[in-house]
Design a protein. Structure first.
Length: 364
């Protein structure tokens, strides 16, 4: 015989208790037990599709992190490397951070000291700001000092870079393409000559170039800067290597079959493929011409044809002359202005020259 005891206090179902975050009150119908708890029309946020999608994404991200960590641990235990899922190295991170700090410290020094007056420059800490913010005054003084000679030096440098570095890049493109895609007698001898030219420092050639240009009467003229800048053995070597790897020989043969001339093949087919290499070569030649110091030092004596490197060095040494005025704050400000064009060029062309470095321009 089974005896059933009535449940005087049955356990309520979960649906009778609203979620703690649900602020909707039950209606009279739900209170009387005639139906489900009524809502005010607002869908609970934990039941919304957006909330469920975010929850799923978080779960998937955590699971991926766990899987990657386990994979790195397996490869580490086996003594193998996994380039697709590299393991973090705090040592390399610290070393890279120190190297980045070392590279950015001179730039920070220029920015900080360009805001100082001459008195603050000599009396305050090098990496600390002065008592007066004089950046705009310094910039104005740089372009008006000595009848605005700094603007003339800046235009001279741009002239040397546009003609010299631009011509060097153009010659490197044509020479490197020809050496990479054509076979002719003496090709190996030219390669040996180029490698030998790269190994000779430019300073060693400055004095012979000066004697040669003095015989021709070209010293103390812009040609004394432009003509030597047109020769870039390193740029020629870069374009040679890049042309050999970036331009397929089959593509050139197909262009010749279709009737394209060699010039048209170069400018319309090969040149777009060589864009990363061209940018890399042009940046090297631009920096070399922009920062050239020893060549204009012995070639040019007229201050109206000075580049920025010689002009700023003259301002720096001005305090050492009899009756000279110390203008270190102007030298620092002018140096900051000088590096701005190069910084803009590197940042604007970053994606091209990085691709040029990794695709083959500096390999082998």
């Amino acid at each position: 015989m089974t005896v059933e005891y009535p449940m005087t206090n049955p356990s309520p179902s979960p649906s009778q208790y609203p979620h703690p975050l649900d602020n909707t009150a039950p209606t009279a119908a739900s209170a009387s037990g005639t139906g489900q708890p009524a809502r005010t029309g607002r869908l609970l946020f934990w039941h919304s599709p957006d909330h469920q999608a975010r929850t799923a994404d978080k779960h998937r991200y955590r699971q991926t992190r766990r899987d990657e960590k386990a994979e790195r641990r397996r490869y580490h235990d086996k003594g193998l490397s996994n380039p697709t899922n590299p393991q973090r190295s705090w040592g390399l991170t610290i070393i890279t951070g120190i190297f980045a700090l070392y590279c950015l410290l001179p730039f920070a020094y220029l920015i900080i000291n360009a805001t100082k007056t001459q008195a603050d420059f000599t009396s305050t800490f090098g990496l600390g700001f002065g008592h007066t913010f004089a950046l705009w005054d310094n910039i104005t003084t740089v372009f008006t000092y000595q009848d605005g000679i700094f603007a003339r030096w800046l235009l001279n440098t741009i002239l040397y870079v546009v003609i010299g570095a631009g011509g060097a890049t153009l010659l490197s493109i044509m020479g490197g393409y020809a050496l990479a895609k054509y076979r002719f007698p003496g090709r190996k001898a030219i390669f040996i000559l180029i490698i030998g030219s790269i190994s000779v420092p430019g300073i060693a050639l400055a004095v012979p170039q000066f004697l040669l240009f003095a015989k021709l009467g070209l010293t103390n003229t812009p040609l004394a800067m432009i003509i030597p800048s047109l020769i870039s053995p390193f740029g020629l070597y870069l374009m040679w290597i890049f042309s050999d790897q970036a331009v397929p020989q089959e593509l050139l043969e197909a262009a010749r079959v279709d009737g394209a001339s060699e010039w048209r093949t170069l400018w319309q087919i090969a040149l777009p493929l060589l864009t990363p290499g061209i940018v890399t070569t042009s940046l090297f030649t631009i920096v070399a011409t922009w920062n050239n110091y020893f060549l204009p030092l012995i070639m040019i004596k007229d201050s109206t044809w000075y580049p920025l490197t010689i002009g700023l060095n003259q301002w720096k040494d001005q305090a050492n002359t009899a009756g000279g005025q110390a203008i270190q704050n102007l030298v620092i400000t002018a140096s900051l202005i000088t590096i701005i064009p190069l910084t803009i060029a590197f940042l604007a062309l970053q994606k091209y020259w990085q691709k040029g470095l990794t695709t083959g321009a500096l390999k082998q």
